[in-house]
Design a protein around this ligand. Structure first.
Ligand SMILES: [Zn+2]
Length: 608
């Protein structure tokens, strides 16, 4: 068997062409669809060119090219520097698989083009290296680091060796006297072409690849990753999308697919293809079919046969393969009926309070609150208290029978002083194999705020918005420099802020953002108990651990409502424990319902 990366490179080589422009410029290009070549605009700016492919010289015409900067012919060609060439007399040829999605830093890349460096003839020439991040502040150009890029390679394809997709076009080697590598135009730049040409090229591409040899290549490369779709399912879906008869309302399809979340898509959606990719990035909610399956089901309602039958067949097959067939069926049945009534979740409230004399010894009180009743106090310490280790052991002992009695449905809230905010209560062992935070939603609450009425009004107000779906999240990134005063004033201007996100441990920040937010009545907060190693060592990269944590939380939240956060975090802890979401390993949730207050005067109930 051929190694999957070598196979991908072999496929790539079959689509490489040379461009001989009328003015003598020579560059590279590649087939992206039948009779269609992509290259750089600075290689083929306009008019007629000659496309040389496997010894044949074919006449081509530039159908669209990004224009040069007017009056500045010597400056680098402006973004996107891409050109499309139609080659009407082409014989049957291969085409590459394209992706206009972003890729992670350090993705291994293989660059292919023509070069005249080592011989008088133009020979194909390649470069190996990796993606080094965006060039400048926007994502318009990518940096390549690795082998030298030879003259003549401009316009050639850039293969992502992890995903088996051409993700960019070679633009230029760097200025002389700088390190090796060069600049690439990501295929996202295609979005700057006219809509007609974009639609035309993707239609040609997606129809060509429905049963192409790239599916096998991409399957071979995908074995180490978990993708929403298999390479074949993805190609089939994209091909089906090119046959839609109705003109879909993309935004309403998006919100139906992610309902009941009301979040807007992370970036604008201009066509069904982009819609598919944005949904493919999301995770399925537990017990629900994946958003993509929901989208395809909705499309079957507006389409006619045979597209309708093909879409339905695709959805059933993919749901079966993903183990979501029953979820899909149940969801389809429920669509007709009413939404299930929400049952109020019972709660176990565990209060851990330092003793008056020694802040390292704690008094424990436990209440159970069910069906909107007053809390029942089921355990209460008095006297000297005990140290933290002793307290944790006792909590685990007390929780086991309570959780059993509440049939695994209860949320568990730890009311603790700030000093214990980073204590990992979610790791208490409550079953033979299970940690508390994976079996039940676990959150902490602020002991100090519960005994202080000063913040009551804004706390209630923000909590109400959170539940009405009008609340929003505010994030503090690692390098946030705002002072406590600025942050406090900003929060008071925006009463809709109901969730504070911190990219790393609260105490890593010079200002006490968490303290400010709690005092301003923000009812919920989420942070990582980790420090951000990149920022600690001062070697902050383009994307640090803190950023990844934020993205991870946002991805989970995109498919949920803000008021489902305790469930979302439970899901994230499970994903982390399963090795699928490393950033979620040390997530902390503060979730403070102002209505739900432990009742200090409740009598102690002895449990049988
Ligand atoms: Zn950081």
């Amino acid at each position: 068997m051929i190694e999957p990366r070598s196979e991908a490179i072999r496929q790539l080589r079959r689509s490489l062409v040379r461009i001989d422009a009328a003015d003598g410029t020579i560059g590279s290009g590649f087939w992206i669809g039948p009779d269609l070549v992509l290259t750089c605009a600075h290689v083929a700016p306009r008019g007629q060119v000659e496309v040389v492919w496997q010894g044949n010289r074919l006449p081509g015409e530039v159908s669209e090219a990004a224009p040069a900067k007017a009056g500045h012919p010597d400056e680098p060609w402006p973004y996107p520097d891409l050109a499309l060439i139609t080659v009407p007399q082409a014989t049957v040829h291969d085409c590459v698989w394209l992706s206009d999605q972003s890729i992670p830093i350090a993705t291994p890349l293989f660059l292919l083009g023509h070069s005249s460096i080592y011989s008088a003839d133009l020979k194909s020439h390649s470069a190996n290296g990796s993606y080094a991040g965006p060039h400048g502040d926007d994502d318009e150009l990518w940096r390549f680091t690795g082998d030298e890029i030879a003259p003549g390679m401009s316009g050639g394809p850039v293969l992502d060796l992890d995903r088996g997709a051409v993700c960019a076009v070679i633009k230029t080697s760097r200025e002389v006297d700088s390190e090796r590598g060069g600049l690439l135009v990501p295929l996202r730049g295609l979005r700057r072409l006219t809509e007609v040409n974009q639609a035309g090229l993707w239609r040609a591409h997606d129809r060509h690849h429905a049963r192409g040899s790239w599916i096998g290549v991409r399957r071979g490369l995908a074995t180490t990753r978990t993708n929403t779709l298999d390479a074949g399912e993805e190609a089939e879906l994209l091909e089906l999308m090119t046959h839609l008869e109705s003109t879909p309302d993309l935004l309403s399809l998006y919100s139906d697919a992610v309902a009941p979340s009301t979040a807007l898509p992370p970036e604008p959606i201009n066509n069904p293809r982009q819609l598919c990719y944005q949904l493919a990035d999301l995770l399925a909610r537990p017990g629900q079919p994946h958003p993509l399956l929901r989208l395809v089901h909705r499309l079957t309602e507006s389409e006619r046969n045979p597209v309708q039958a093909s879409l339905r067949e695709w959805a059933v097959r993919v749901a079966g393969r993903r183990g979501e067939y029953e979820d899909l069926e149940r969801w389809r049945r429920d669509l007709a009926g009413t939404r299930p009534r929400e049952i109020e979740r019972p709660s176990i409230i565990v209060q851990i309070k330092p003793t008056a004399l020694d802040r390292h010894r704690f008094l424990l009180t436990v209440w159970v609150q069910e069906h909107g009743n007053r809390g029942m106090k089921v355990y209460c310490d008095d006297g000297q208290g005990r140290d933290l280790t002793g307290t944790r052991t006792l909590v685990a002992q007390l929780l086991r029978p309570l959780l059993k009695r509440l049939q695994g449905f209860a949320g568990v809230e730890f009311v603790v002083p700030e000093a214990l905010f980073d204590e990992d209560f979610e790791n208490l062992l409550v079953g033979r194999f299970s940690r508390l935070g994976r079996t039940n939603p676990v959150a902490i609450r602020d002991l100090e705020r519960l005994s202080d009425d000063e913040t009551w009004h804004s706390w209630h107000e923000r909590w109400r918005r959170l539940h009405d779906g009008a609340g929003s999240a505010e994030w503090i990134t690692c390098d946030d420099r705002s002072t406590s005063d600025e942050f406090d004033a900003g929060l008071r201007l925006r009463p809709e802020i109901a969730l504070l996100g911190l990219a790393q441990q609260p105490r890593q920040f010079t200002e006490d953002a968490l303290g400010v937010a709690l005092y301003a009545g923000v009812p919920a907060a989420v942070w990582s108990r980790d420090t951000c190693p990149e920022h600690r060592s001062g070697e902050a990269a383009d994307e640090c651990s803190g950023d990844r944590f934020r993205q991870s939380v946002s991805r989970f939240l995109a498919i949920s409502r803000l008021d489902e956060l305790p469930d979302v975090i439970q899901q994230m802890r499970n994903a982390a424990a399963a090795g699928k979401e490393p950033s979620g390993a040390n997530v902390v949730l503060l979730w403070d319902d102002p209505e739900r207050r432990p009742e200090p005067d409740a009598p102690l109930i002895e449990l049988a």
